[in-house]
Write a protein that binds this ligand. Structure first.
Ligand code: ADP
Length: 448
């Protein structure tokens, strides 16, 4: 480029000197230089016109070669032509990537929907038409919450808590169960992925029904067996001596089985029954006082020191028997696993974030690697310790489910040798002002 430019300057200087010399020879240097300058101007104007015409007539998707030219103009024409061809090449590559992306998303069974920062539909693949009934191109720019009008979806979309997917039946076919997953990208845009989970959902329902039905069917035979065994133990003196120990062990194990069946039924009801819309206002302290008394009675021989610290005016809205079941599981666990004369504290704290109901003990504690798995069904820290105490391994799973149904969560802090603290966190929305309360302190149905 520099040599072209230098050549052009050199040529201009030489021409100027030649004109000056010719003008001087004929005695009219100014006129000759003026005529030369005009000629130079006309030449460049012509080149500019050729450039203008060429650019005007060029189809940028298929650029045509530039007019033949020499020197600096030849360089400019070739340079622009090269840029045009490069741009065309880049466009072709981009188009082929977009085509491929569109072809692959069209082949997907997963619905892909792009939503702009105003909540309008920008683009979607054919699976979205089938799964959520979007219509192309009619629904373009329509607000997603106007097309999927299910209140749970609108709530999920507006609250923008997308860390968990949402399960919902299809707006176009209620028999189809869908899972919605939304991610945000760019400047407030959203990508929504929707997949059909009907098969999985059916299997999950079958599993829940199966556990529920089996537990239900086993309840009566076990109750009968336990009943007979209890009667035999009551009438111990008439039993042959060698039968006493086996019968006592059978009674103990059938009690355990009864407990497992009871907890499995509770869990299955928590999983399959929708959260009750009619929630009662529960006076938390009287509920905890009742649970404290139960624990003191059940573990009377352990002589533990159970303390309750709870401001009397706290009411929560929820399901009484479910909350009873959750808190009593935690308190009975604390009493069960803590040594005789141990200390157990029940505390209720209210803050702007919600309500924290803690059960703290100075029992054996739990090693850190067990803590994340404690709420799994049948997970026990120490098989022998739990079997001794008659545990079912289902208690904390029940606590977790109950709290989830009350939009709450369970936090566990524990250190081996020092004790444990199980805290139930309930959101502020669950706190009921005492003025608006019709008090409910009746004993809950112990089935759940
Ligand atoms: P289980 O019926 O066996 O008590 P849970 O689900 O209630 O089942 O508890 C799971 C396991 O967590 C128990 O087996 C026990 O090892 C441990 N655990 C629960 N609470 C305590 C506690 N307060 N102190 C020590 N370990 C506990």
């Amino acid at each position: 480029m520099f040599s072209n430019w230098h050549d052009a300057i050199k040529r201009l200087l030489v021409s100027f000197l030649a004109l000056l010399l010719a003008g001087w020879l004929i005695g009219e240097p100014a006129l000759v230089v003026l005529a030369g300058t005009l000629g130079y101007l006309v030449y460049h104007l012509r080149q500019l016109r050729r450039l203008y015409n060429w650019l005007r007539d060029t189809d940028f998707s298929e650029p045509s070669p530039p007019p033949e030219s020499k020197g600096i103009w030849g360089y400019i024409f070739d340079g622009i032509y090269l840029l045009q061809r490069r741009e065309r090449q880049a466009l072709l590559e981009l188009k082929s990537i977009i085509d491929k992306a569109q072809e692959s998303t069209a082949a997907l069974e997963l619905a892909v929907v792009m939503i702009n920062n105003r909540g309008g539909l920008e683009w979607w693949n054919p699976a979205a038409e089938q799964l959520i009934g979007l219509q192309t191109p009619k629904d373009k720019q329509q607000l997603v919450i106007n097309l999927i009008r299910e209140p749970t979806f609108i709530d999920y979309y507006n609250k923008a808590r997308f860390n968990r997917p949402l399960k919902l039946s299809s707006p176009s076919n209620p028999a189809v169960m869908l899972e919605f997953q939304i991610t945000t990208f760019g400047a407030g845009e959203r990508l929504m992925l929707v997949r059909d989970i009907s098969q999985l959902h059916r299997l999950e329902m079958m599993r829940k029904d199966f556990v529920g039905n089996v537990s239900h069917e086993l309840r009566t035979p076990i109750t009968v067996i336990t009943g007979y065994l209890e009667t035999m133990i009551d009438d111990k003196k008439n039993l042959p001596a060698r039968w006493i120990k086996p019968i006592e062990q059978m009674a103990q194990q059938s009690h355990r089985m009864e407990n497992i069946i009871r907890d499995l039924l509770t869990l299955s009801q928590l999983e399959t029954r929708a959260s009750s819309k009619q929630q009662t206002a529960i006076q938390l302290c009287s509920l905890l006082r009742e649970i404290k008394q139960d624990a003191e009675q059940v573990f009377a021989d352990k002589q533990q020191n159970i303390k309750l610290d709870c401001p009397d005016d706290i009411y929560v809205s929820g399901n009484l028997s479910e909350l009873y079941s959750a808190f009593s599981n935690l308190v009975l666990n604390a009493a069960k696993y803590t040594q005789p004369q141990g200390d157990i504290e029940l505390t209720v704290e209210k803050s702007t974030k919600g309500l924290a109901i803690s059960v703290k003990d100075n029992g054996p504690g739990i090693a850190p690697h067990h803590i994340p798995r404690l709420t799994e069904r049948f997970y026990r820290v120490d098989e022998s310790r739990s079997a001794d105490t008659g545990g079912t391994g289902l208690g904390l799973a029940i606590v977790k489910h109950v709290l989830a149904r009350h939009n709450g969560k369970l936090e566990i802090i524990s250190e081996p040798g020092k004790g444990s603290r199980f805290t139930c966190i309930l959101p502020v929305e669950r706190i009921v002002e005492p003025i608006s309360v019709a008090v409910n302190t009746t004993s809950p149905d112990p089935a759940v």
